[in-house]
Design a protein around this ligand. Structure first.
Ligand SMILES: Cc1ncc(COP(=O)(O)O)c(C=O)c1O
Length: 387
């Protein structure tokens, strides 16, 4: 039998990150590659107790098919939480998704035709490039600087279906867009008639001061906003959400129905049980302290071990350092040597829609302990010094 692939399937490629994660399962390799939250910070006890309560109080409802929009009380909770960040939305605009990754896929499905323009930062989140790519867009790379995408660069994206932006502690670069730049971006996007898709899984993981309010707070109906429970609770729950303008919500809902009927109701009830009485206000400070400590350990290790010519910014939140190597070095080509030396990272090339900068790489500071970070960065320094 000859199976003819759809054009969109032919565009799908294995994720560079997943391939690398396989390599790092080898014993002795310190992985600074995958963006895995620190497992020792998972709220195991709170999830255990919440699960017991769900099974005791609403077992049959929890195990039944449920509404495609999501569990009502959880949608209410999300709307209230976002209001506290300055984003006024009605719970009716909140669609609970199977991770925010599904939200990205639904956005692509509803808004992208083959050949449509989709504007993205450069570099940007690899998983978004993958999700949108299946719908056959033309990616337009928005130039940026240390403060984020440059507002005037949005002019080149006029006519695109949307611009995908990650204002808080971006994956992969770690940078946070300052308030003034946010305002300019929202204003420019509106002037160009360009909708914004804002992805914010890392906003709560700030270490010194909270980030400015989301773009969607100022952009109103000009923005779709995506959030996630993966980085504040646990990614294995696969819970995220999309907040959409009222006019767009029914289409996203229909796409969600077609994709998987609904997000697991059992998980939604468990998460609502966990968060409903202010658990995050107690949990997040602990998580921020742990991650800040690891960020500081990596900052110190990078300063100690990386050879001259390497550049990086200390991230003020999130999970990643973005390192620029001297221009003649190729992080993809060096990866096998790094793994042989006992350390793994993600080559930066994977995060560019076009014109990959080969001399960049991403390091996660949250998965490994401070001791492992020190050893891993020391090994990386040796590989780079010999290259
Ligand atoms: C920027 C960004 N968006 C979305 C996701 C997907 O997260 P999830 O599907 O676990 O909510 C990730 C995961 O790493 C991410 O870094």
């Amino acid at each position: 039998m000859h199976w003819t692939l759809a054009r969109r399937a032919a565009r799908l490629e294995p994720s560079a990150i997943r391939e690398i994660l396989k390599l790092t399962e080898r014993p002795g390799v310190i992985s600074l590659a995958g963006g895995l939250p620190a497992a020792d910070a998972f709220p195991v006890e709170a999830v255990r107790e919440a699960t017991a309560r769900v099974l005791r109080d609403t077992p049959r409802e929890a195990l039944q098919y449920a509404a495609s929009e999501g569990h009502g009380p959880l949608r209410d909770w999300v709307a209230a939480e976002l209001a506290a960040q300055g984003l006024r939305v009605d719970a009716g605009q909140v669609l609970i998704t199977t991770g925010s990754q599904q939200g990205l896929d639904l956005v692509g499905k509803v808004l992208v035709d083959p050949g449509s323009g989709v504007a993205v930062e450069s570099p940007t989140y690899l998983g978004a490039l993958q999700a949108f790519n299946a719908y056959e867009p033309e990616f337009l790379a928005i130039e940026g600087d240390d403060q984020g995408p440059r507002p005037e660069a949005l002019a080149a994206a006029r006519g695109a279906r949307f611009v995908y932006l990650l204002p808080n502690f971006q994956n992969p670069s770690g940078r946070c867009i300052p308030a003034a730049r946010r305002a300019e971006l929202v204003q420019q996007a509106a002037a160009q008639g360009l909708p914004i898709v804002e992805d914010n899984p890392y906003g709560e993981l700030w270490f010194e001061t909270p980030p400015p309010p989301p773009l969607a707070a100022a952009a109103g109906d000009g923005a779709i906003y995506l959030g996630s429970f993966s980085k504040v609770l646990a990614p294995g729950l696969r819970l995220g959400y999309v907040v959409a303008p009222r006019a767009l919500f029914p289409k996203l809902l229909q796409a969600k129905q077609a994709a998987d009927l609904h997000t697991p109701g059992f998980n939604q009830r468990i998460v609502h049980e966990v968060v409903k009485d202010g658990f995050l206000a107690r949990h997040l400070p602990t998580l921020r302290d742990a991650y800040r400590h690891r960020r500081d350990a990596m900052q110190a290790a990078l300063s100690r071990h990386l050879p001259p010519g390497c550049r990086w910014q200390r991230p003020a939140g999130g999970m990643f350092f973005w390192v620029e190597l001297p221009a003649h070095l190729d992080a993809t080509a060096l990866l096998p040597q790094a793994v042989a030396a006992g350390v793994a990272y993600v080559p930066g090339a994977a995060f560019y829609p076009h014109a990959a900068q080969a001399h960049t790489l991403r390091l996660s500071f949250v998965t490994a302990t401070p001791e492992k970070i020190e050893d891993g960065v020391a090994a990386l320094g040796r590989v780079l010094a010999a290259a």
